[in-house]
Design a protein around this ligand. Structure first.
Ligand code: AMP
Ligand code: MG
Length: 380
């Protein structure tokens, strides 16, 4: 039986990043950038006015200036600055080399003449003050957020190199499972794991194909034929006579690296590898799914993307005591201003706690006292 840390270490060391591809900026949000992006020019590229106002020669100490034209944003050429004259200037417009910008609020204009109540404030964004040409603006390995997309656009990097989409398949197994839109007959249960997996994948920024098969090795073997980066099989991961995930994965050429993890819930987790492909056999219970997806599959996905480690571990106080167990527990909780409020759950099939949970608290085997600091992860 492996510990949680051992499984993380395995995934972080062994799962390799997929190829980077040129990606349209419109599709790059959430993608992992795979090259350092440098500024191709000084930022800003020219001296720009930071305000709406006037521009005069910096060395001109006249009391009154004649207003002699204007420089608008986007103007490539502008009138010369001459002694005794002021030009109106707009925010973002190019400032002439020897110009001083005075903001509108510091000026009074009447009958074509302008006086300034204040001079000498620097209202110019100087060429290169944000970044010099050649400076790295976004590092390889960054997950592109909305701001990074804007920045890349501003420097003309409209096709950044981003890790390609991960190809994933999820197969739900079990004779008792029926589609969630069907009314189950006696002995049947609705398939809640497929929508849960799809929702998790969506929150992780990944599309996943899905299939459902009965508890039958040949049907599962058929369902998992072919290649992809990531294969998830729900149910059939433990040691019951009809649990065939391990057998089917082995027959398909996967090497079983983990078959049990010292974690609660989620102990009968299978982790397997075939070359660069990875497969997870997830124990069927919904709460086990929730834990295994957020704690383990998330780590594999992050490594495939070549981005920062996931899950991201935080530290907060728990508002109530949580009992320990020989296996470390990942306990559903709600993140509140005061700390983490543990939810009560009856079994690993308990979906009511899941519906409220936005965090999982890592509970060591000694348990946690009320008010103590604990590690946790957020679970969107
Ligand atoms: P298994 O891992 O196949 O032994 O399943 C463990 C428990 O999880 C059983 O009670 C199953 O009925 C339940 N289960 C398995 N798959 C699903 C599913 N897709 N949706 C809801 N419950 C499931
Ligand atoms: Mg089953």
């Amino acid at each position: 039986m492996k510990t949680v840390d051992e499984v993380w270490q395995l995934l972080r060391n062994e799962v390799t990043a997929r190829e980077a591809v040129e990606t349209e900026l419109a599709d790059a949000l959430g993608g992992v950038l795979r090259e350092d992006v440098r500024s191709p020019e000084d930022q800003p590229a020219f001296d720009r006015s930071a305000v709406d106002g006037y521009v005069v020669r910096a060395d001109d100490a006249s009391e009154v200036f004649a207003v002699g034209g204007e420089i608008r944003a986007g103007d490539g050429r502008h009138p010369q600055l001459v002694a005794g004259k002021a030009l109106r200037i707009a925010t973002g417009a190019a400032v002439p080399e020897d110009g001083e910008v005075i903001m509108l609020e510091d000026a009074t204009e009447s009958d074509g003449a302008v006086r300034f109540v204040r001079r000498g404030r620097d209202h110019v964004r100087r060429r290169g003050e944000d970044a010099r040409s050649g400076t790295v603006l976004v590092r390889a390995g960054t997950v592109l957020g909305t701001g990074a997309v804007g920045l890349l656009a501003s420097i003309g990097c409209v096709r950044p190199m981003v890790t390609r989409a991960i190809d994933a398949l999820h197969v739900a197994t079990g004779n008792e499972i029926v589609s969630a839109d069907k009314v189950p007959s006696a002995g049947q249960v609705r398939d809640s794991n497929s929508p849960l997996v799809a929702a998790w994948a969506r929150a992780a920024g990944m599309r996943i194909r899905q299939k459902r098969v009965g508890e039958d090795a040949s049907a599962l073997r058929h369902a998992v034929e072919g290649r992809r980066d990531l294969l998830l099989v729900s149910g059939g991961a433990s040691v019951g006579g009809h649990d065939c995930t391990a057998e089917v994965l082995e027959a398909a050429g996967f090497e079983l690296l983990v078959t049990k993890v010292a974690v609660r819930p989620g102990k009968p987790l299978i982790v397997a590898r075939r070359g660069v492909e990875w497969a997870f056999g997830l124990p069927g219970n919904p709460l086990s799914h929730f834990v295994c997806l957020h704690v383990f599959v998330e780590a594999a996905l992050a490594a495939m993307r070549g981005g920062p480690r996931r899950p991201v571990m935080g530290n907060r106080r728990v508002e109530a005591a949580i009992p320990g167990n020989p296996r470390e527990t990942w306990w559903p909780a709600v993140e509140e201003r005061e700390g983490l409020r543990p939810l009560s759950w009856t079994s690993s099939g308990d979906l009511a706690a899941l519906a409220l949970a936005d965090a999982l608290v890592r509970v060591p085997s000694s348990g946690l006292a009320a008010g103590s600091e604990a590690e946790f992860i957020r679970t969107p």
